[in-house]
Design a protein around this ligand. Structure first.
Ligand code: SAM
Length: 130
């Protein structure tokens, strides 16, 4: 829908802050939220325009799934940072992966990520690690 509404250009900025309570299971927060983080990353790569930016909440980065997702971002964006803002409660593991300036996508690679089908091998590989 976003790509349709923007003439397949995409958006300048996407922020994702998905989360739910894991009371009592804090040690497994990264595992419990991995599907949500994966979906947000998927959306980020599909709808951000060339030169756009993406900020997404993640949690710990101990599991291969999170590491793989951060690696994809490292490959696809000019610069990535992992930031713990002052306004984020110090005692929890949330932090934000901020990516700026999507690499100078040529039309071919931009189109590649716009298609959910392009993600199938990545999603399969990530879920195989679960
Ligand atoms: C930390 S809050 C976001 C707060 C929001 N940034 C704000 O300022 O109001 C996390 C939100 O993620 C939502 N959420 C959890 N799982 C979700 C899912 N699978 N799909 C969409 N939203 C989800 C929750 O309902 C909750 O509103």
């Amino acid at each position: 829908m976003i790509n349709d509404e923007t003439g397949d250009v995409g958006v300048d900025l996407l922020t994702c802050d998905g989360g739910f309570a894991v009371d009592g299971d804090e040690n497994f927060q990264e595992e419990l939220l991995r599907q949500l983080v994966l979906d947000q990353f998927l959306m980020g790569l599909m709808v951000i325009r060339q030169g756009g930016a993406f900020v997404c909440k993640i949690f710990d980065a101990f599991t291969p799934v999170t590491v793989a997702l951060l690696y994809i971002l490292y490959r696809e964006f000019d610069r990535i940072s992992i930031v713990k803002p002052y306004t984020s409660r110090p005692a929890n593991s949330e932090r934000y992966a901020a990516r700026s300036r999507a690499v100078a996508w040529d039309n071919e690679s931009a189109g590649q990520w716009r298609s959910a089908n392009a993600w199938a091998p990545w999603v399969r590989a990530a879920t195989a690690m679960w």
